[in-house]
Write a protein that binds this ligand. Sequence first.
Ligand code: DOR
Ligand code: ZN
Ligand code: ZN
Length: 361
Amino acid sequence: MPNLVKLPGLVDPHVHLREPGATQKEDFETGTKAAIAGGFTTVLDMPNNPIPTTTAEALRQKMDLAKGRIYSDVGFHFGASKESIQYFAEVEDQVFGLKLYMNHTTGELLIEDDQILEEVFSTWTKEKPILVHAEGETLQKALSLANKFGNKLHVCHVSLKEEVEMIKAAKQNGLQISAEATCHHLFLTEEDAKRLGPFGAMRPPLRSKKDQVALWQGIAEGIIDMIGSDHAPHTKEEKMSSEKVPNGVPGLETTLPLLLTAVNEGKLTVDKIIELTSKNPRQIFNLPEQRETFVEAEITKPYTLNPNHLFTKAGWTPFAGMKVTGKVKKVVLRGAIAYDGQSVFGPYGQVLKLDTGSFYG
Ligand code: DOR
Ligand code: ZN
Ligand code: ZN
């Protein structure tokens, strides 16, 4: 095996950059530095901020805040709520998808009422995916709604064997559906959750070995289309506070090292990584090409994941201490060196808008 591999700029369809409103956890600068250091030249940001991205004005403010401060390109997802339906037509050109929470998690966004769910699915454009946080049985409901109204559906962080099976069946029935898995569900199980305590708390939670095996099988069979980090940073203090532990783990800087380690272990190929982290997400979210953009990574030298070497404000990772083979050595964004294996340079990122395939600004 060669020691160095060259990859296209990676895409992460699922990150929580936390700005505005929770910049003690992360902000546009630190979050996109973490993205670049992890090989991600494009990330798509989620709307579950303290003041959620559920109005045209909130979206505009987010884009304005990001402008000039981001190291990777950033696109946005809009948030679904009863009140946000009125803005769908206005924002659909500016975002990559609609995020719909059908289970409880960080933030206030959640829709459980069937009538409002029907309104969301019937009103949202059929051209762009609805991204669902829908665990277990709830996923069945999301699939039925997408089937009834003809929506594109993207299933976030698939974690259960039964979810893989539901997605497989839905794809066989011709639904326009895509699915994502995270590295925490691929590389950790409920056994690790015991050891990690609050630092292993996330939604969906870590699952059983049987579920983990089903996810890898789902990747091999093309049922899982992409990897999302679900980068969801919280500070150490927040995680250790005696009050309710916030769910979520950072992931931008550990995803590629872990995936490359799986190559070394014979569980993936480099071509498959390119499909999962670049080709498929670019196609499914209709992302603009980035010229002269690539990543170089070392793939054979073992080292230990060290939380002190991270750019995320979280400053910790559930993978700390893990032996990996896979290190980002260089990231080039539109011809400029954005990362040299040690430092991040820029900011060279741009706010992405989908309508023209061009950039905001
Ligand atoms: O663990 C999670 N954290 N799951 C989610 O769905 C939200 C995320 C967050 O924003 O913290
Ligand atoms: Zn989620
Ligand atoms: Zn998430």
